[in-house]
Design a protein around this ligand. Sequence first.
Ligand SMILES: C[S@@+](CC[C@H](N)C(=O)[O-])C[C@H]1O[C@@H](n2cnc3c(N)ncnc32)[C@H](O)[C@@H]1O
Length: 291
Amino acid sequence: MPSIGLIKTAFREWITRERSPRLPEPDLIMDDAEQVASYVRAGLEDGVMAPVYLFHCANICEVIRPGDTVLDLACGPANQLAMVARLNPGTQFVGVDLSEPMLEQAGARVAHQQLRNVTFQHGDITSLSAYPNASVDAVISTMALHHLPDEHALKRAFAEVARVLRPGGGVYLVDFGHLKAERSILYFAHQYQDRQPELFTRDYLNSLRAAFAPQDFRRAAEPLLPHAHVYATFFMPFMVAIKSPARQSRNLALTAQLKKLRDALPPWHQTDFRHLSALFRLGGLDCSLLR
Ligand SMILES: C[S@@+](CC[C@H](N)C(=O)[O-])C[C@H]1O[C@@H](n2cnc3c(N)ncnc32)[C@H](O)[C@@H]1O
């Protein structure tokens, strides 16, 4: 059962005339040591972001295949990337980020987990000049696009995705979506403040304020359509995903591993996972690997 706060937020978003302005992130490139450390902690597999990472992991697994080369745009400390790479040992991943401290954390994480299918590249996701046209099988990105300064940069990033992707390649690009009312933004930012460091709550608030609206995603994603579709969480577009059709759906071993990870989450994370899945399903995004 959704909480009263969530129901009130949905109702507010439905009736409000407010249009809160997009405020770009104060730190576009995350290279402050304390900020990096707090983000790494929240992304640990028992951290506050665990259900969100697992949900995106299942969706990513659906659009990639063994033998693929996959780019993860703005991979940060590889919270998401390490989880996906561990479940897909036959796929090669390259994490791209502009922050050296993030890439150091990412390198340490994959070394600690002895993952041999991940490399990293220091680079700008709005200019993937190291990659020729149609040279990668799939492109993924999680919770990072709001770090781009404006819609022009978002358009450049998506144009680069369309350029480097092989025909019929996999796409899963997901990020926060901009809510209409500042009070709704504050609700989400402070929802779990007692479970996370204060710095993470502040960062999360900045992220929600910097998020692009679903219509910004739709405009910028044009070069990727109609191969991929834009989905948003129902009623409250606090998350938006651009996903191509599934490239693997009946992988029973992968399904079993994903379900095991989900069942190992503590009860409050399982509730969050169910809410996120339900809100995305109502918005049209389904994941056959977790059915
Ligand atoms: C919030 S983190 C997301 C990390 C990761 N994708 C995850 O899901 O945990 C955002 C990352 O985007 C990176 N970033 C921001 N602008 C970038 C750009 N133009 N090119 C590459 N990386 C960028 C930041 O340095 C930071 O590591």
